[in-house]
Design a protein around this ligand. Structure first.
Ligand SMILES: Cc1cc2nc3c(=O)[nH]c(=O)nc-3n(C[C@H](O)[C@H](O)[C@H](O)COP(=O)(O)O)c2cc1C
Length: 192
């Protein structure tokens, strides 16, 4: 079948639907962010793109800090809710029943219910058009100990992470392989 050509749009999928916290523990806010990703490994860097009209926009702009909290399938309803309601009208954290804890390296609190939280410090902000891209260094990561095994390995597949694709939410499913498996030599079975 031939592919149909469409004009350029934001159709990259799947992406995370992350819960991004901003503000302080006494005056926090949270919004859902799909436009995020990793842009560099060393130093570890990420971005979030936020529309200027979002209540969170100026909070992040003035503090230069935010936390990306990874979301799970069981948090799907709350994740959607935080992406359609504004912190200027309601306290989304209270409404969702989220518990917050202080982060290590930034003044922004993290969400306890999320298995992994990335503490971020903005290094650059750029108004690209509809969105401001906040480029940031990941200055620390907080991982729920429940998912760390006795060897210190993080078992991310146990967290039940969620993804967002073309307006719909999905639970991450079956493991298909791991990094480099396609070229890895098979272990020889000992002769019987
Ligand atoms: C799945 C999903 C992804 C979203 N991604 C973004 C995004 O990347 N950037 C953005 O500015 N808004 C995004 N939004 C919309 C904001 O989360 C939404 O406008 C929210 O109410 C803003 O909250 P605030 O006004 O408290 O900051 C998304 C919403 C949903 C449901």
């Amino acid at each position: 079948m031939p592919k149909q050509f469409w004009k350029g749009s934001a159709l990259l999928a799947p992406v995370p639907a992350a819960l991004v916290t901003c503000g302080t523990i006494d005056s926090p806010n949270v919004l859902t962010i799909g436009w995020t990703g990793i842009v560099c490994t060393r130093p570890p860097m990420t971005y979030i793109s936020v529309r200027p009209e979002r209540y969170s926009h100026d909070i992040i702009k003035s503090s230069g800090e935010f936390v990306i909290n990874l979301t799970t399938s069981t948090m799907c309803r709350e994740t959607d809710f935080c992406g359609v309601k504004s912190g200027k009208d309601i306290n989304k954290i209270e409404k969702c029943g989220f518990h917050l804890s202080p982060a290590e390296k930034v003044g922004v609190p993290m969400i306890d219910e999320c298995p992994v939280s990335l503490e971020c410090k903005v290094t650059e902000s750029k108004l690209l058009g509809s969105h401001t891209m906040f480029l940031a260094e990941i200055v620390g990561i907080d991982v729920d100990e429940k998912y760390i095994d006795s060897k210190g390995k993080l078992n991310l597949q146990q967290c039940g992470l969620m993804a967002y694709a073309h307006g719909e939410y999905f639970a991450l499913g079956r493991k298909l392989g791991d990094f480099g498996w396609s070229v890895r030599k098979k272990k020889k079975h000992p002769k019987k």
